[in-house]
Design a protein around this ligand. Structure first.
Ligand code: ZN
Length: 468
């Protein structure tokens, strides 16, 4: 029997249904918002982590692994940072029967864990730039309704932290971060906005924050990560200094960059359809699934040919799964559609006779045949087309989701854009209208207009949306 998947029109229910039926995560773990990564979901996340690791290694970052616990004394050194995180941190206050003298924070992010060490590691200008990263879990006491990968209390993420001699060097790091982002998002076929957050919404302690947002099927935006320029806001309280060639001691300029498991939440939401997930080929645990179409007469021959095809594909580096289960082909098709395997190959007696393999694309349902002789190049070509088409479709959706407005009456269920003078006063009045200002395009583009609230001439185009 085929179990129906929710329709994507009911995005909220559809999302939960797909996460469960595709085997991505199990939310029945007895702590709300802390879910179990089940094998298929973890395979995908590891593959995303792998791309992140490659990119950071290639750009001169070194991977580290810091302790999970941070002493309260270090955590409280930067005042804005504390204000921003105080209400959502978990505390460890006891060890065995003893109350701890200094309570420990379970990391909500790692600035306050790393920076006391940076002040020991960095001595001279020759120690700069310092570029490190880690891929770990972080903990935040989320009070809103939780949702797998999108809003959780134990968050899988990467964070890179860098120290530089000058503000300009730190700025160049941010430019590099954004190039890294472009390559990662290309793998995931995800479009995104880069928006400089408002002063009141930037990361606690940052000089400025650029948010990375993508649009969900319900036209709400999801923040996938962010890039921050700290200037010397942390290096002063944490006393991270270096000695210049002339012997003078100066504070380092710092940046951070982070993205979380929300990347997977976005992949599910943006690409999936009424039949289930659609995995971008670069991160699909299986890029190809082979289903032998067996009848009574030719069982052995079909099995053998299917195995041969699987070996050829695997040897050429294409992640291939041969589904030899004793089940009807239709039921197997259904299982792999839910899991979003980009390309299905079918092999039956007639295919063998015609020296072809039958294929079906998961993204658009297109079917056809590939000659057995050119199986590898044929599969590669189709996977490349799937990647291109997924990206184009997602780009078109994001483009269509933005609507310029000239008044705040009847705000459409979209991402809206409008001229804004940039003042906190007007910003506050805008956010009273049940939307949140995401920020202004980064890098800055001059947009001439008049602020929709105060009517003053403005150069900023603001984006706002109802957020997830
Ligand atoms: Zn204004």
């Amino acid at each position: 029997m085929v179990i129906q998947v929710e329709s994507k029109e009911n995005y909220g229910e559809w999302y939960l249904d797909i996460v469960e039926k595709a085997g991505l995560s199990d939310k029945r773990y007895p702590i709300k918002g802390m879910n179990v990564w089940t094998p298929y979901g973890w395979k995908i996340m590891r593959s995303i982590d792998g791309f992140i690791r490659d990119e950071l290694d290639d750009t001169g970052h070194d991977e580290v692994c810091f302790p999970l616990l941070i002493p309260e004394t270090e955590f409280k050194k930067e005042k804005d940072h504390i204000k921003g995180f105080d209400s959502e941190v978990y505390w460890v206050t006891k060890a065995g029967d003893n109350e701890l003298d200094v309570p420990l924070v379970v990391r909500p992010t790692s600035e306050t864990a790393m920076y006391p060490m940076f002040s020991l590691w960095i001595r001279s200008h020759q120690d700069l730039p310092l570029k490190i990263y880690q891929i770990v879990n972080t903990f935040r006491y989320e009070t809103k309704q939780t949702r797998p990968f999108i809003r959780v209390r134990e968050i899988h993420f990467f964070e890179s932290h860098t120290c530089h001699a000058t503000e300009e060097d730190a700025q160049r790091q941010i430019d590099e971060d954004l190039r890294i982002l472009e390559r990662i998002m290309d793998r995931l076929c995800l479009p995104y906005f880069l928006l400089k957050r408002t002063e009141w919404d930037k990361f606690p302690g940052a000089h400025y924050t650029v948010g990375i947002d993508t649009v969900m099927p319900n036209y709400r935006t999801l923040q996938l990560g962010s890039v921050h320029h700290y200037r010397t806001n942390f290096s002063v309280p944490y006393d991270i200094t270096y000695e210049e060639e002339g012997g003078e001691h100066k504070h380092v300029h710092q940046t951070t960059y982070g993205m979380s498991e929300r990347l997977l939440g976005a992949v599910i939401s943006v690409h999936g359809d009424d039949k289930g997930l659609i995995m971008p080929p670069d991160i699909a645990p299986y890029q190809v699934v082979i289903i032998p179409i067996i009848s009574k007469k030719n069982t052995e021959e079909v099995r053998l040919e299917a195995e041969k095809a699987a070996i050829i594909l695997r040897e050429s580096g294409i992640r291939t799964h041969l589904d030899n289960r004793d089940d009807r082909p239709g039921s197997k098709f259904y299982d792999w559609e839910i899991k979003g395997v980009p390309l299905r190959l079918e092999l039956g007696a007639r295919d063998i006779e015609n020296k072809v393999v039958t294929f079906a694309r998961r993204d658009n349902g297109e079917k056809g045949t590939i000659s057995s002789e050119s199986l590898v190049s044929g599969v590669r070509l189709i996977l490349a087309e799937i990647k291109k088409d997924l990206k184009a479709k997602a780009d078109a959706f994001q483009a269509s989701s933005v609507q310029p407005i000239d008044s705040f009456d009847n705000i459409p269920e979209r991402v809206v854009s409008f001229p804004w003078c940039g003042s906190e006063e007007c910003g506050g009045k805008i956010e009273e209208k049940d939307i949140k200002i995401l920020g202004t395009p980064y890098p800055h583009v001059k947009h001439e207009g008049r602020c929709l609230i105060c009517g003053k001439e403005s150069e900023l185009l603001a984006y706002a949306a109802r957020s997830m």
